[in-house]
Write a protein that binds this ligand. Structure first.
Ligand SMILES: [Zn+2]
Ligand SMILES: [Zn+2]
Length: 264
């Protein structure tokens, strides 16, 4: 049952697809049919490492694993060079549009993955990886903080801005792997007035590429007392190289086990 008030709101502010901005029909929520299908497909694609659908996979990047971060919750694989894909448009709009529909949709999607890791008897908080000052100046908001606050309402756990950005090393996306690691290591600092003693921290970011940002923030969070850090992102893009690495590894192993197959 819809009231005249709802009808009027729909007339004045017709809801649009969070990804492609086309007008939504009454039976569509957040995404249009086409975007919803592509998005569902991205979520269900299997992780090459654990073979689970991406939204159920917890695999961290190799770099994160080396730094004792063993859980990375994600929704799908982010492919930055394919911006026209609906799931990638969502990340693009999360960063730029300051739209409640985009933020709330992604928070609702990410919540089940985080709930999966929540156990009775632990105290949880959400901490966002802070956006750079220059990006906040440019776009006017911190998208990870907004996502974190939306998640905080959904999961009923508090959002704590425990990490702040120091210096300005520019945008991570323009850097190569080595530059990313170096820049991230000197870009984050724990707030002196915050204690996370005994808490389990859900560390949030938009995209994990090398895991450099998450690793640097986790180090700061652990320094102010957090007992465990669980990372969560919308998209991960490091699986690319892992597929390649895996292929190389598998081929090498086959060559070792079945050398006759490779003889010409
Ligand atoms: Zn759409
Ligand atoms: Zn996995």
């Amino acid at each position: 049952m819809t009231s005249w008030c709802e009808n009027l709101l729909r007339f004045l502010f017709p809801p649009r697809c969070a990804a492609c901005r086309t007008l939504l029909s009454r039976d569509e929520k957040y995404l249009c049919r086409l975007c919803a299908a592509s998005y569902a497909d991205a979520k269900e694609r299997n992780c090459p490492r654990c073979l689970q659908p991406m939204h159920l996979c917890d695999c961290p990047s190799r770099f994160m694993e080396h730094k004792s971060l063993h859980v990375l919750i994600k929704l799908y694989r982010y492919r930055p060079q394919m911006r026209e894909l609906p799931e990638n448009k969502l990340i693009y709009r999360l960063k730029r549009a300051n739209s409640a529909a985009v933020t709330d949709f992604l928070a609702e999607e990410l919540a089940p993955g985080i709930r999966r890791h929540m156990k009775q008897g632990h105290e949880y908080v959400i901490v966002g990886a802070p956006r750079s000052k220059s990006a906040i100046r440019k776009y006017g908001f911190d998208h990870v903080e907004q996502l974190g606050k939306s998640l905080s309402r959904l999961l009923k756990i508090s959002y704590v801005p425990a990490v702040r950005r120091i210096g300005n090393t520019g945008q991570q996306k323009k850097k190569n792997r080595k530059e990313r690691l170096e820049a991230a290591a000197v870009s984050y600092c724990a707030r002196e007035d915050v204690s996370l003693k005994g808490k389990v921290v859900i560390l949030l970011d938009d995209v994990a590429t090398t895991g450099a940002t998450l690793t640097a923030c986790a180090k700061e969070i652990r320094a102010i007392g957090a007992r465990t850090v669980i990372c969560a992102v919308i998209g991960s893009s490091f699986h690319y190289s892992e597929i390649e690495e895996r292929k190389i590894y598998e081929t090498a192993r086959k060559r070792l086990m079945f050398p006759y197959q490779f003889k010409r």
